[in-house]
Structures are given as structure tokens and as C-alpha cells.
Design a protein around this ligand. Sequence first.
Ligand code: NOJ
Ligand code: CA
Length: 666
Amino acid sequence: MNSMIGNMMAAATVVCMLGGCSSNSRLESPDGRISVIFERDDKGVPFYSVTVDDVLLISPSRLGIVAADGSIPGADVQKVIMSQCSFDNTWEQPWGENKRVRNHYNEMSVELRGGESASIIRFRAFDDGIAFRYEWDLADVDSVVVMDELTEFNFAQPGMSWSIPGSYETYELKYRELPIKDVADANTPFTFRTDNGVFGSVHEAALYDYPEMTLRRDSTGVLKADLAPMPDGVKAYVPKLFVTPWRTIQIGDKAVDLINSAMILNLNEPSRIADTSWIKPQKYVGIWWGMHLGTQTWISGTRHGATTENAIKYIDFAYDNNLQGVLFEGWNEGWENWGGNQHFDYMKAYADFDIDSIARYAAEKDVELWMHNETGGNIPEYEEALDSAFSYYSSLGVHTVKTGYAGGFKGGYYHHSQYGVKHYQKVVETAAKYQIMLDVHEPIKETGIRRTWPNMMTREGARGMEWNAWSEGNDAGYLCTLPFVRLLSGPMDYTPGIFDIDYSRAKADKGRIEWNGPNAHCCIKTTIARQIANWVIIYSPLQMAADMIENYNGHDAFRFFRDFDADCDWSEALQGEIGKYVVIARRAGEKYFLGAGTNEEGRTLKQPLGFLKQGVRYEAMIYADVPGSINPEDIGIERRVVAPTDTLDIIMNPSGGQAVTFIPLE
Ligand code: NOJ
Ligand code: CA
């Protein structure tokens, strides 16, 4: 897609009116079902509340920021100016679940003026949720030292919630399904279902130059914003003219409405990258899984994974199988220091990885070479190396870098603190300069910045596939929760698609079964059909076939990944219940793909195919569990001709799934 189209904005409708100086006000979503009410108590303290269909969802909840020298808005507000606007446009992005996105909302700005200083609390109400942020322009100070944020989420209804614990360091944590009232702390997205049937998720949008927001129950029993601190306890150092990230609550009638909402993206600014022609979704394989199993090493030696010989094999495999990229981990010097003095050389390949000839070979085959930058948390060293490393990669024809931040940040900074947020952003902007796309592991969470920086393709930010290699792993219930929680924030590089389900054989072959404890773990906890379905369910514009290529070679089911197109135009979550099952369809060009998954319970779902183009018949290739089989590696592949008027019976074994490609016949 060229930059013109990438930035094209259909004519937006904007209607504004000043609401006078009332100190109470109500903002409604375009369909009138969701309202946000702003009010100040008799001391001038600002609060908001939210109703859905006139029933309270969020009871009056505190707003405000505590600065080192006072609060924002200040206590001396002399004038409140309200205004409301409506906005409606449809915009396009170079890639995404849906390339065309409608952005339709009503906005209320509450300007609180005191002397020369002004602060604004800006609210937006969409049909799929609400958002607000703080903006300030202060007269008497040079900068603001943020000590705390007072934002509360005071749930008016009892209900259930799904989240990971609040951590400033990692998102690689297990989900808890807890009554909302029992959540002591949580990270976002924080997904909930109230007993009166409202689905929702608390998160944030457009996180820049500010710490991430987690939630913590305060002494009054209310869930409140808890910002990741700096080592000195300060939450953020920001200029006197500033806007915070949006605080968001997605709202829907069904769990899948949350997946189908683009509100987080809509709250971000249009692309800052003018020419996006080099930004392309792709499918990739990599020298990766072997290191997690312990059958290969990052370090150069007898079991080194990233050797020239292996690189050529992987490039050939990508070429033969319609895949665009190959990742190499352990290509550069420094792995012997990992966890030690954290020094990596981002320019120097190990002697057995002949980078120039590999890059030449990849270019001849039109396969993209991915570089890997594990930082081990040494941010100063990485920032120092960034420009020269990215410029070097670009000279090799590289357009994608996978970064990694395993280990604590040097200097005691939290990954999710303002320091971390600024660092991750610096990498995004530097990468854009060198036309490099990013896949970030141990990242800051996605808050929709991919709209503004579309080279920020995908990230980890949850327990990915690697956990299956060296821990008790991720079960199918976890995989049925992920789409309704972590994936609401944006794409994930889960690295799906392991075919060698019982990998203890591979470990034993290499005499490595003792790795991470004697026979501690042997298996991926799903069927193969589910591994394939995850290529559709877990959206990532850079989608990996994570297994070693010897496990794909000659396997009939790998045809799915060959046929799959990561550059989708349209997506819809068709049905699902949090933690239980999910069915998602995507279209890329004229082809459709469907992925379905269940938790530990076997399940049959009926799925009408009305999402296919009317009047067209399709060849459907169905990759399904073998009913009743207890061998997770059993897979049935069936060809059928289907029409949009048909209904598919999706039969899934426990921890199973189903994947389907639909290719038009006419
Ligand atoms: C953790 C990442 O999630 C994984 O993908 C990578 O292989 C290792 N760190 C090493 O960088
Ligand atoms: Ca990780």
C-alpha cells in the first residue's frame, strides 16, 4: 500500500458546540447506549461515572493527578468550560485486522482554568466504549513531577474478571478468573463481565513518555490507577504542556464484541511514517525452538543453531513454502555474557555465521533476513548501538528486527516505567528511520501505537510458546483467555504452530532430556489442529511457524501455513466465551481463513459461513481433530466445496481446534 492510501482519510464529520459554564455534564455515545457523566463535588474534586443502557457500570470515580507541588487540576479552579464535539470518519491502515476502520465518537472537553494555567479532561464516548485523558498547560512551572494518578474504576456492578496480576516488570504471567471485588491488583487489559451482562475491558491507549497504568485496590476498596514508578519513587517527569495516555473502558454485549472493537486504535494518531511501502506483513520461520528445547544453543559451539549451514536450509525452506522471512537467534556475539555482564555485540556475527553470504543468498531467493537483538536489559549499551546497528542491518537488506529484554534493566528501572516506555519508543522511531519493522519481546504493552508507528508490527507481552518448552506450559484454557484479554491490546508474536507435540523425543535424541529438570515437561498441551488454528486466532502481521523445519517437512498439514496469508484485510471474531472457546475468521484478498479453539473440554460448534462473499463457492480445506482420538498429533484434512449459505460443524477434541482455508472456486 502506498503512503497516499496509507494516510488517506475519508472526509471526517466534525460538529462542535460550546456547552457554557455548567459544572456537570453528560456525554453520550453515538448510539446513545453509553454515557459518561462528569461532575465535581462541593470541594471541586472531579469525578466521572459511566452508564450502559441507563444502568450504572462505573460509580462516581475520582479523577486527577498528584504532582510534587500540587494536584492537577489544581484546587484553585475558577472557571469550567465545557464543550462537546462529534467526529466520524473512516481511515485506512497499511496492515491490521481490518484495513478500513471507522472512528465514530462524541467528545466532551472539560477545561478547568485557574489563573494562567489550564487543564483539560477530555472524554470520548464510542458505541464500543469510553475513554478519557488529562491534558495540561501550566503557567507557573517548567515541568511536572508526577507522584500519583488518582483515576479510579469504581465498579457499580458485581461480576467476574480475567487478568494477570499487576506487575511493572513482566506480562508473562498466568490469568486469574476472579470476582471483580476480589482483585487486589491487575495489569491491563483487565477484562470483565458484570452480573447484569455487560462485557468490558479496562486498558489504555497511546502510551508515550509516561509509565504504564496497572490497577490496584486502594484502602477504600476501589480499583485505582497504579503507575509503574522510577527507582526514586517518582512516577513521571513530564513537561508543563502535556497529554497523558487515554484511560479506556471497552464495552460490549458479547465477549467477542471486545475483540471486534477498534477503539484503542482509534484513540491513536494517524501514521507518522509517510512512505509505508516497505512495511509488509509476513510469515516466517526461524532458528529458535531448538534453543528453548535445549537441543541447540544461542552460543557458538557444537550445538550452535545459527550456523551458515542451518541458515541456508531455513532460507531454502522459506523459499519452497511461500514464507517471506527467516529469523536467526544466536547469530551475534555476546550470548556467553547473557545474565552476566549483559554485553552483546549488535554488529558482530559469530565466526560460523557468514552473514554476508547468508544475506546475499537470502536476497537471491527473495527471502527476508531477520536480525535478532537480545539486550539482556542493558539499555544504555543498546541505545548507543542502535543507529549503527540498524544502519548496518539496512545495508544487508534487512527489514525486520526482533528485540528482546530478558532480564532486569540496568540501573534498576522497571521495564514498564516511564524510562522503559521512552526506550521502547526510541527503538520504534530509530527503526522507522532505517525502514525496519519491529517484533518486540519482553515489550511494553501495546496501546494502539501501531496506528501512528506502523513499523511496530508485533510484540510478545504474555506467556508465549516458549513457556511450553521449559515450564508447565500454557494450557488450552489459557489460549481461550488470551484473545479476550492480552490480544485486545494488539497483535502478539506468540510464535504458534508446533507440530512435534511430544518434544521429549527430540530432547532425548540429543541426550538433553534432563534440561530444566528430569523429564519435567514433554508436551505441547493442545492438538496439532489447534496449533494450526492459532495462526488465525492469535493475530500477528508477522506470523511465525515456530517449530523446527524438520517437523514441517513432508507434513501434509503444513499446507495450511503455505496457503495462509498474514496480510489480512478483514477480521471478525464470530463466537466465543472467555476461557472456553473462540472462533475467528479473517480475509486476505479473496481468501478466507477460520480458526477455532476450545479449552480442556471437547466441543462442537455450529458456525454459519455467512461471512464468505455472497454468491461465491469455495474450496474449503479443513484441518480438524480426529473425533475421539487421544493422540494430539492425529489430524484429519478434508476438502469440501462450501457456499456462504452453509453451516460448518466444528468438532473439537479436548484442548483441540480447527482451522479452515476457503479459496474461491469461481
Ligand atoms: C525471550 C524471548 O521471548 C524469546 O523469543 C527469545 O528466544 C529469548 N528471550 C532469547 O532472546
Ligand atoms: Ca519472553
